[in-house]
Design a binder for this molecule. Structure first.
Ligand SMILES: Cc1cc2nc3c(=O)[nH]c(=O)nc-3n(C[C@H](O)[C@H](O)[C@H](O)COP(=O)(O)OP(=O)(O)OC[C@H]3O[C@@H](n4cnc5c(N)ncnc54)[C@H](O)[C@@H]3O)c2cc1C
Length: 483
């Protein structure tokens, strides 16, 4: 939705605050029931966000039901081979992990605040930046430790979420959640669609499943193969090839190195690269370039500085799109250039708060603790323990945030990027204050900031060499009270 549309919403809210007609009923917050000590809540997704949401909701006295379309919990951290048959990721596979993936944060700062992510006797990978299997093990342990598995309905995909108008047409009486579950019956896999009514909905469906591709002039006539990082698993298919990788965020950095181990040459196109081909120190066959100008029918890929290579494959490490296919398209929440909005503090659509909320949209922060704070905020707002501003005030805050972004020249796609400025942890601290919880520990912040800084100066070794042992000892000391 465009900003003008959001302004219209604000004006509309002002006009209809006291509306009683059926036409206005579903647009007026006051027609939702008042906060309830215990709400029945549908949580969509059982990744890190959905699991911690379920925990916080139940702690608050609510009754969450978690819908998860996969066969297990863990979301992104469930390694899934299947995507390799689907080069540009159009097949609906959720997982985006490659086989060699290790975390890009040190484990002690990455974990939930009161459930430390530390190596123990059950660890499958005790390293400080462990492989993905260890993160899945951790999330499964989290679910077991807080007895969440019984709340999760596996192999059950939410297909639609609709507001319900009550019998008299005077107000909104919760949400109808329709879902499709897969069951084995008589040796055959059967799908069954059903609907249930909930007081509230918490959306935790993740945002690393819908690939965003780079637009390349001439790519349709270019004869090589293309792949998105969503579908990349292992480098074998690139043996002896000349490969162009687009993008140099964490996945691009890892995948280009993975491929350089078997390919003849790897050329990485980077938005911020200086002109001219740059070699990298640790890999003699890996070069950095500016972005791609065009691709040609003879197999050439031409970069913006005029340099060119004849390439066999292009790998798009160009990120993902937010997507909510199960939400009704009535303009209340929409996605515009990866801005999900309007949302108050990345969580609540002002007109429907707190009855529908989004957990897990931000990126570039210490995400698991952020998800926990967002979840506590939602749970508290639903029960009435935490008071939200009026819908008008929330919308004004959203508009002010958008104006501020525009004034700074930030594109819309940075809306949910918490790391866009200095590492101030302003959002995280604000959430903690709303919830009446302790702020994130100082050691966690410093370790995180130092780890991010090491990536740019020691890309090849940042996961295995560090110089913050003192902070690490402090972290372990602090976390030991939860072990
Ligand atoms: C390659 C990669 C590397 C990463 N590395 C790190 C890292 O090192 N450290 C870090 O902290 N973070 C990392 N992240 C970020 C990671 O996404 C978060 O850590 C976190 O796991 C996101 O959790 P989530 O619950 O929001 O989403 P997800 O983990 O994606 O979970 C969403 C869940 O919702 C389910 N779902 C979706 N739609 C429906 C539906 N309609 N009905 C039912 N279920 C549905 C999905 O099946 C999935 O299980 C990485 C991400 C990627 C892609």
């Amino acid at each position: 939705m465009e900003e003008n549309g959001q302004l219209d919403q604000l004006l509309h809210m002002k006009k209809t605050t006291h509306a009683t007609t059926r036409e206005h009923a579903s647009r007026d917050l006051e027609t939702f029931p008042p906060p309830m000590a215990s709400s029945r809540v549908a949580v969509i997704g059982a990744g890190a966000a959905g699991l911690v949401a379920a925990r916080e909701l139940r702690r608050e006295g609510h009754s969450p039901v978690v819908f998860e379309r996969a066969a297990g919990v863990g979301g992104t951290w469930r390694y899934d081979d299947a995507a390799s048959a689907d080069p540009l990721g159009a097949g609906g596979v959720h997982g985006s992990l490659y086989a060699s993936l290790r975390t890009n944060l040190p484990r002690e700062s990455m974990g939930f605040l009161d459930f430390p992510f530390v190596a123990d006797e059950g660890s499958v990978d005790p390293r400080r930046f462990p492989g993905h299997q260890e993160v899945l093990r951790y999330l499964e342990a989290f679910a077991r430790r807080f007895d969440l598995l019984g709340l999760v309905r596996l192999e059950t995909e939410v297909v639609s979420v609709r507001r319900r108008v009550d019998g008299a047409g005077a107000g909104v009486a919760g949400w109808t959640v329709s879902y499709c579950s897969r069951k084995l019956a008589g040796g055959e896999l059967q799908e069954e669609e059903q609907s249930e009514v909930f007081d509230a909905v918490v959306v935790c469906n993740g945002h690393f499943a819908e690939p965003r591709l780079a637009e390349i002039a001439g790519i349709d006539g270019w004869p090589g193969k293309q792949l998105h990082s969503h579908s990349y698993r292992v480098p074998d298919q690139f043996h002896g090839q000349v490969v162009v990788v687009i993008g140099y965020h964490p996945s691009g950095m890892d995948i280009s190195r993975d491929i350089a181990g078997v390919a003849k040459e790897v050329h990485v196109a980077i938005r911020s690269a200086p002109c001219g081909m740059q070699s990298t120190t640790a890999h003699a066959n890996l070069w950095l370039h500016p972005m791609i100008e065009c691709a040609e029918e003879d197999g050439s890929v031409v970069f913006q500085d005029g340099s060119r290579v004849k390439a066999d494959s292009v790998v798009h490490c160009t990120g993902y799109k937010y997507r909510f296919p199960f939400l009704e398209e009535d303009g209340m929440v929409s996605v515009d250039d990866n801005r999900v909005g309007p949302l108050y503090k990345h969580v609540f659509p002002p007109q429907m708060a707190p009855h529908i909320s989004f957990i897990g949209l931000p990126f570039k922060s210490i995400l698991f603790p952020v998800f926990r704070l967002q979840s506590n905020w939602v749970a508290g707002a639903l029960s009435g323990r935490i008071e939200l501003p009026s819908p008008e005030e929330m919308m004004l805050d959203v508009m002010a945030f958008y104006s501020d972004m525009e004034a700074r020249g930030w594109p819309k796609r940075f809306t949910h990027n918490l790391g866009v400025e200095a590492w101030t942890f302003e959002y995280e601290d604000w959430l903690a204050e709303q919830c009446g919880l302790d702020k994130m520990e100082e050691w966690r912040r410093v370790i995180y900031v130092a780890a991010r800084a090491r990536v740019s100066v020691r890309l090849e070794s940042y996961r295995d060499e560090w110089d913050d042992d003192q902070l690490l000892a402090q972290a372990h000391n602090d976390l030991s009270k939860y072990l």
